[in-house]
Design a protein around this ligand. Structure first.
Ligand code: MN3
Length: 208
């Protein structure tokens, strides 16, 4: 596949204020995400073809036990989506209907989903991510958490929503208060339209 590219943020640096500051987004996007892109490209340069798409590269790097490439390519994947999983004026319980019904069927009502998602982020020891994901075999939605760069792809699951619980994502705005950051993410930042878009795409893929 072509080399990894750092995408622009889909909003201005101060768009998510006060829930996520411009300073956090500048460091997180321009420095942390950029480092994954640069290091991922360095790892890719030394290898034969690792896949046609970023999804394939992530899964193939894991299968090859190439930790350097996996960590950077997976973090690139995670952050590409993470910027889109947030928007100004987002969050809360106004979910597109089909997605809301599916969450209710597989996980529970919104309060149950919210509680489990936040709990997964809180109990991820050290750096990592918490997720709303769909199992590719059963089609069921579930809450999961992963350490460091790891993501649902190599577990046979499709990520619909993820929250970065590395300290670089919240320390400037929340210091060590990870619970407050996770609450702000769910209540004020989630871009449910993007989550619904990924859900629709996963449905089409499952039906194909
Ligand atoms: Mn991050």
């Amino acid at each position: 596949m072509p080399s990894l590219d750092l995408p622009d943020l889909p909003y201005s640096y101060d768009a998510l204020d006060p829930y996520m500051s411009a300073e956090t987004l500048e460091y997180h996007h321009d420095k942390h995400h950029m480092a994954y892109v640069v290091n991922g490209n360095k790892a890719l340069e030394e290898l034969e073809h690792m896949g046609d798409t970023l999804d394939e590269v992530v899964v193939n790097a894991f299968k090859a036990q190439n930790h350097g490439l996996y960590n950077n390519a997976a973090q690139h994947w995670n952050h590409k989506h993470f910027w889109n999983w947030m928007k100004a004026g987002g969050g809360g319980n106004k979910l597109p209907g089909a997605l809301e019904a599916k969450i209710k069927e597989d996980i529970g009502d919104f309060a149950t989903f919210r509680g489990q998602f936040i709990e997964a982020g809180l109990t991820q020891f050290g750096s990592g991510w918490c997720w709303l994901a769909m199992d590719n075999e059963t089609g069921k939605l579930e809450i999961m958490k992963t350490a460091n760069a790891d993501n649902p792809l190599r577990h046979g699951k499709t990520a619909l929503l993820g929250c970065d619980v590395w300290e670089h994502s919240y320390y400037i705005d929340y210091r060590n208060a990870r619970p407050k950051y996770l609450e702000a993410f769910v209540d004020n930042l989630v871009n449910w339209d993007y989550v619904a878009e990924l859900y629709d795409h996963a449905q089409l893929k499952a039906a194909a």
